[in-house]
Structures are given as structure tokens and as C-alpha cells.
Design a protein around this ligand. Structure first.
Ligand SMILES: [Zn+2]
Length: 82
């Protein structure tokens, strides 16, 4: 089978993804960066693949998510910031 996909130029879809990501919350941005890497990286796409960059992106997402959870927890248990 031929794999030509003339109807979807990749170069035109990327700026749209970047524009959408810029309006996301920090944990969503971090997750988006991780997913975008994992879907494009040759190593990460292989069966057992996980490269050091994806590890860093994953840890960055965990840190952002932890911060967000902490903020939500603080907001529920304590008074708003002075
Ligand atoms: Zn990778």
C-alpha cells in the first residue's frame, strides 16, 4: 500500500497545537509536552522505548501536577493568600 497523505501537511498542524498549548494550565502544558515528545520520538515509539528526555518531561509533569494539587488542597483547607 502507498502511504501518501497529501491532504494533511504536517507543518500546518503544528502551530495550531502550540497555540492551543499556550493557553493550557501548567500541568496540562507539561503533559502536552510529554505526549508530543513520546508520539514523535523514535526511541519512545519503539516497543520498550523510553529515553532520558521523556523521563525528564514526565518528571516535570509530575512536579507541576503536585504543585497544582497542593494549591487546590491549600485553597480548601486554608484562607486565601494574603
Ligand atoms: Zn523519547
Amino acid at each position: 500500500m502507498d502511504e501518501r497523505r497529501d491532504s494533511r501537511p504536517d507543518s500546518e498542524s503544528r502551530p495550531l497545537i502550540a497555540a492551543a498549548a499556550s493557553e493550557l494550565a501548567p500541568p496540562q502544558k507539561a503533559w502536552s509536552a510529554y505526549v508530543q515528545h513520546a508520539t514523535r520520538c523514535h526511541t519512545c515509539r519503539s516497543r520498550d522505548g523510553r529515553c532520558s528526555e521523556s523521563e525528564q518531561l514526565y518528571k516535570a509533569w509530575q512536579a507541576k501536577a503536585d504543585d497544582a494539587y497542593r494549591q487546590v488542597a491549600d485553597g480548601q483547607s486554608a484562607r486565601p493568600a494574603r
